[in-house]
Design a protein around this ligand. Structure first.
Ligand code: ZN
Length: 498
């Protein structure tokens, strides 16, 4: 007995020793690291002087009156970014959004500079995109999603909401919605806790103790929200009450559940019986729509087959697939559809789910014109830097919105940046389609340059990459189609290419 106890004691001494040594080493590493970090942070001016690749800033009108979309991109190979945010005529709102955007960009660039100093070569990525949610009270909620990758195992993401009534420039708060009523806030907190407990998607990721902490009755806990006519949605910080891999938790409460807590102005519009029918209609209508369109496709296919058959006798038929990424876009995509129609050319549009949600009408036009619908993820992240689950969600969410909006399924997947690995292929659930001719239209932004790469690199079976978000691409497309047609190419979609 004694022997065992002594042995046990020395065992504990050993353990204590080892733990102390490990802790000291960790502390030393931490100190070295933070000192370097501070050094890097202390000299932002020096860093800014080093010229980065040029930043491109684009402004377009959104579908929402009074709101413009600003897109800022840097194609710097080491620290590229793509940032999109709303702009109004109201200074206070614009300043608030811009402060947030500038902080996000600066923070990213500083971290990337630090990496460079430390000799970390991994390319970073910053992506900010947003959606606009309208409410019958005239208020808009803008939901900005920021994803950042600066090396290491995984990226981080953050959701941040902004509010604006474009009529008067005012911004609603949760206190406005609840009329500052503390009891209503308590009831709301309970509803949120209930929703978290019942959310199957969060089930395996939630830390129950942290849920209590982050949903404690306190106004600031719930300031990150969006109000629509269907729901009141709350956004929480990543790694708050759910583990990091789950991303920033989103809790959506159906409007019926919260309506009694809202002040008159924000209460739901009186129930209309057509609402439910309306919601069902797109689905109910789609089979017929689809079969009609399929009919068209069959005709088109016959024509193509005919041409292919003819070709065997005469000159061999050469095929080329035109692909357009990153749309839909309310201006450019529409022009591209017109040009394609003139040449009776079918193409493939790899759309972003977030933009399909934003411009459903344009996505429908693409589908109705008989083009192939491709999935290009929801927000354009580098999927190889995400967990399988997040990557899958990016793709599935996009497939769902494409089908919901157009009544047709997306039939091919193109990973953002062409970044693909086995994991992405496994979760895609669709054929992964890349390209062999890159027009570099995003880089040149010059209509005359669009044809350059096409002329020099297109061959039978080529897949040409373009983007239906740049005016210059629409402007240069006619020349490209004219050239390819004269060269004897037949325009096919990517699925027809095989
Ligand atoms: Zn893209």
């Amino acid at each position: 007995m004694k022997k065992t106890q002594r042995r046990r004691r020395s065992f504990w001494i050993d353990i204590t020793f080892s733990v102390t040594i490990i802790a000291l080493t960790a502390a030393a590493i931490y100190l070295i690291f933070t000192t370097q970090k501070q050094e890097a942070a202390a000299s932002p001016d020096k860093q800014k002087k080093k010229a980065l690749a040029p930043t491109i800033i684009e402004t377009i009108d959104s579908n929402y009156p009074g709101i413009k979309i600003i897109t800022e991109t840097s194609n710097d190979p080491f620290a590229p970014y793509a940032i999109q945010y709303p702009q109004s005529i109201h200074t206070a709102f614009n300043d608030e959004v811009l402060t947030y955007i500038n902080d996000a960009r600066d923070n990213y660039l500083v971290l990337m500079k630090e990496n460079k100093k430390l000799g970390i070569e991994t390319n970073g990525e910053l992506n900010v995109s947003f959606e606009t949610l309208a409410h019958h009270s005239g208020n808009y909620s803008f939901v900005l999603v920021t994803s950042m990758f600066t090396g290491g195992k995984a990226g981080t993401s953050e959701i941040r909401s902004f509010h604006l009534n474009p009529e008067n420039g005012e911004s609603i708060t949760l206190s406005d919605l609840l009329g500052g009523n503390q009891i209503h806030l308590e009831k709301l907190a309970l509803l949120i806790q209930e929703a978290i407990a019942q959310d199957a998607a969060l089930e395996n990721y939630v830390r129950p103790e942290a849920v209590k902490q982050y949903t404690k009755v306190d106004w600031p806990h719930f300031e990150n929200f969006a109000l629509t006519d269907d729901s009141l949605v709350f956004y929480f910080k990543e790694d708050s009450f759910a583990v990091r891999v789950a991303g920033p938790p989103i809790v959506a409460l159906p409007i019926e559940k919260v309506d009694r807590l809202l002040t008159a102005k924000f209460k739901a519009v009186p129930e209309e019986s057509e609402k439910e029918d309306g919601a069902e209609q797109p689905n109910a209508g789609s089979p017929m729509e689809q079969s009609e369109n399929e009919g068209d496709n069959v005709d088109q296919q016959d024509v193509n087959d005919q041409e292919v058959a003819d070709g065997k006798e005469g000159a061999p038929v050469k095929k080329v697939a035109l692909t357009f990424d990153d749309g839909p876009d309310p201006k450019v995509t529409v022009q591209i559809l017109e040009i394609l129609d003139r040449y009776d050319a079918k193409a493939t549009f790899f759309m972003l789910g977030s933009r399909v949600e934003y411009y459903p009408e344009i996505a429908r036009q693409v589908a109705e014109a008989g083009h192939e619908l491709g999935n290009h993820s929801w927000n354009h992240p580098d999927l190889t830097k995400m967990t399988a689950e997040k990557a899958k969600n990016e793709i599935q969410r996009t497939s769902q919105i494409i089908e919901k909006v157009t009544g047709k399924k997306s039939t091919a997947f193109r990973p953002p940046y062409g970044a693909v690995n086995t994991q992405v292929r496994n979760v895609a659930g669709l054929p992964v389609v890349l390209w062999d001719v890159d027009t570099l239209d995003w880089n040149y932004r010059d209509a005359k340059q669009l044809i350059g790469k096409v002329e020099s690199s297109t061959k039978d079976g080529s897949i040409i990459l373009m983007h239906d978000i740049h005016q210059s691409t629409a402007d240069g497309l006619d020349a490209v189609l004219d050239y390819l047609q004269n060269e004897g190419y037949v325009f096919v979609t990517v699925s027809e290419m095989e």
